[in-house]
Design a protein around this ligand. Structure first.
Ligand code: UD2
Length: 388
């Protein structure tokens, strides 16, 4: 889910700092969808210019010729004004949210001690931020659809997530698995957007929409120049990487009492560059006038949290410090994909294994310990030691 450069977004430079940073924080989310938005693609081209989006930049790296040429056809005016509009409304959304949560905060104060209270306030603040991001995602998607329609762009690739499946009723999860029983707000947003897109296509079958349900993207471009630069609490693997460059203390493993081989959560981790090639394949599909199609992007292989800690420690040559704590609300025990439909209809398959995911992530993190704010490689001692 962007030119092969590795520095901050033109969106934030040109007009809208706040939106730029939202884009980077949600790089696996609404943005991805807008990436491939095709030739006339006002939006796709804008996003491609923002180098914060990990997947976007990967795609650009992967398919400079095909997508790169489309990137230059921009429509900055149209999109720029949409972004400004969103940004102007941000204050309003924020005040609504704080209104809504005032009561909740008050009752927390009377019930708890000070330390607990502080933790709860932090958690509440995170939830409010998350909720605000979700509202922004939904609004942006609606604006995106509207602007695309106005410009007669009706080809769309939407970055969805395996999280729309909720707690799986069976494994591996295929595309026919029911959706909507999401266990977190992010999942719900993805689910709602999928539903909006289904309605959009039903109302106007001229649209060609490919929905890609990513499992757990990890890794970085093999050059070490493009990777994930989380601005909020990182996912598992960026967290591990930040521990090993001294930015985080230790990993808290959320529960080892799940019904999985070692008790820790199992996920289908997929290399970010495979996610990128998945988009390129989807781009071909929308150009074939495919209607509405939905595909899983995963490897079909589940790994536990402990598998991932061990693999990453081996790739980096030093151990990730961790501590087992209780389960995190909203987590499911196990989810991994059946990726066969994408293989059959897109001719796409994930080709990079766990070892490559960990090596590439470690290369990115050591070359860019401060993400896109880094001034080139500072960890001269970086080397990939062991194969796993
Ligand atoms: C609750 C939540 O936000 N879920 C999102 C997260 O899924 P996941 O919760 O699957 O991704 P994750 O990287 O946050 O967690 C992966 C696994 O690692 C475990 N873990 C994670 C972090 C940590 O500090 N300690 C730890 O033990 C976690 O319990 C899970 O078993 O990312 C997905 C995409 O990649 C989707 O965006 C999901 O909606």
């Amino acid at each position: 889910m962007n030119t092969p450069v590795s520095h901050p977004s033109q969106i934030s430079e040109t007009n809208k700092g706040a939106i730029g940073s939202q884009i980077s924080e949600t790089n696996k989310r609404a943005i991805g969808s807008q990436i491939s938005e095709t030739k006339k693609g006002a939006i796709g081209s804008q996003i491609s210019e923002t180098n914060k989006g990990a997947i976007g930049s990967q795609i650009s790296e992967t398919n400079k010729g095909a997508i790169g040429s489309q990137i230059s056809e921009t429509n900055k005016g149209a999109i720029g004004s949409q972004i400004s509009e969103t940004n102007n409304k941000k204050g309003a959304i924020r005040s609504q949210i704080s209104e809504t949560n005032k009561g909740a905060i008050g009752s927390q104060i009377s019930e708890t001690g000070f330390t607990d209270l502080r933790n709860r306030i932090t958690e509440l603040r995170n939830r409010i931020t998350d909720l605000r991001n979700r509202i922004t995602d939904l609004r942006n998607q609606q604006r995106c659809n509207k602007v695309m329609k106005e410009h007669s762009v009706k080809n769309l690739i939407f970055s969805s997530s395996c999280t729309v499946y909720g707690d799986p009723k069976y494994l591996p999860v295929d595309e026919n698995h029911p959706t909507g029983g999401c266990t977190n707000p992010y999942g719900k947003t993805k689910f709602f957007i999928e539903e909006i897109l289904k309605d959009l296509w039903k109302a106007d079958p001229d649209w060609n929409i490919v929905v890609l349900r990513y499992f757990n993207p990890v890794g970085a471009h093999k050059s070490g120049r493009i990777g994930e630069d989380p601005k909020c609490i990182p996912n598992l693997m960026p967290y591990c990487a930040q521990i090993l460059v001294g930015k985080m203390k230790e990993l808290k493993v959320y529960g080892n009492d799940y019904d999985t081989p070692d008790g820790t959560g199992v996920r289908d981790y997929i290399h970010i560059s495979d996610v990128a090639t998945g988009h390129v394949a989807a781009q071909t599909k929308v150009e074939e006038k495919c209607g509405l199609k939905i595909y899983n992007l995963g490897t079909g292989q589940g790994y536990s949290v402990m598998d991932m800690i061990n693999a990453f420690s081996a790739a980096a040559g030093k151990p990730v410090k961790y501590r087992i704590i209780g389960r995190r609300p909203g987590d499911v025990a196990s989810t991994y994909s059946k990726p066969d439909l994408a293989a059959k209809e897109l001719g796409w398959k994930a080709t990079r294994g766990l070892n490559t995911m960990c090596e590439d992530l470690w290369r990115w993190q050591t070359m860019n310990p401060d993400g896109f704010n880094s001034n080139g490689p500072t960890h001269k001692k970086h080397k990939l030691t062991q194969k796993i």
